[in-house]
Write a protein that binds this ligand. Structure first.
Ligand SMILES: Nc1ncnc2c1ncn2[C@@H]1O[C@H](COP(=O)(O)OP(=O)(O)OP(=O)(O)O)[C@@H](O)[C@H]1O
Length: 219
């Protein structure tokens, strides 16, 4: 699938957050969004998902305009920045609810074996996040939006999640954003920098310095 969003305009209390954003994502291409705190990355993902209304946004899938909220079309799965699972839900039940195989998950993350019968709030914050990311990546959809999938996750799990993202991307378009820019740069096939309300397609990593997102000492 080819997903495009164009001409996004978002204002809060007369403050311009997004103004003229364009973004394209497609199957077999991992799309990364980088940008400073508060530049509008989460808002953009919410607008794509359909849970946040903007003054204007034009969405096309395979060149056809989509007029209703994307989440109503079953095309999209969205990992928000904060936990979305209810605290008291049993983990086995959660996997059943999402129709995702616990057995496959356990094979990839054997450390979680004893958690099957626990409630989700029994887990550490990072462990809970691993489960949430896994569920979202394995939910039927054509487009996956991941808001900070690498935050608070230990390196060994980040590597496993990156492998799953790459596998899933063979059949789904993936858009992700994270402040772990090294991970984003490593996994993304194309990167947009969100700055001053607009997206800029990054052709060379050095541009991230000229746009004042990174200083070379940190690369
Ligand atoms: N409901 C809201 N009402 C008013 N302002 C909001 C609202 N939601 C977000 N904003 C503002 O919109 C701007 C963009 O927020 P957003 O959460 O998209 O940033 P972000 O790039 O994801 O930041 P971070 O990397 O820190 O998570 C911020 O200045 C924020 O204060």
């Amino acid at each position: 699938m080819v997903f495009e969003i164009d001409n996004v305009e978002l204002y809060f209390n007369k403050k311009t957050i997004l103004n003229g954003v364009y973004l394209k994502a497609q199957t077999n291409t991992i799309t990364g969004i980088l940008g400073r705190n508060g530049c509008g990355k989460s808002c953009l993902l919410s607008i794509i998902f359909g849970s946040l209304s903007s003054k204007y946004a034009l969405i096309r899938i395979n060149n056809k305009p989509i007029t209703k909220a994307l989440y109503l079309t079953n095309q999209v799965a969205y990992l928000p920045q904060f936990y979305f699972t209810p605290n008291q839900i049993n983990i086995n039940k959660l996997f059943k609810l999402y129709k995702v195989s616990w057995k496959d998950f356990e094979a990839k993350f054997p450390e979680f074996k004893t958690y099957k019968s626990k409630t989700i709030n029994y887990l550490s914050g990072g462990e809970r996040r691993v489960i949430e990311i896994y569920l979202i990546l394995n939910t039927p959809s054509n487009l996956v939006l991941l808001d900070e999938p690498f935050s608070n996750i230990s390196p060994i799990y980040i590597e496993k999640i990156k492998q799953i993202i790459k596998r899933v991307n063979k059949t789904k378009a993936i858009v992700l954003t994270d402040h772990s820019y090294n991970e984003v740069i490593d996994i993304a096939d194309q990167i947009y920098l969100l700055k001053n309300g607009c997206t800029k397609l990054i052709n060379h990593i050095k541009e991230l310095e000229s746009y004042n997102y990174l200083s070379f000492g940190t690369l």
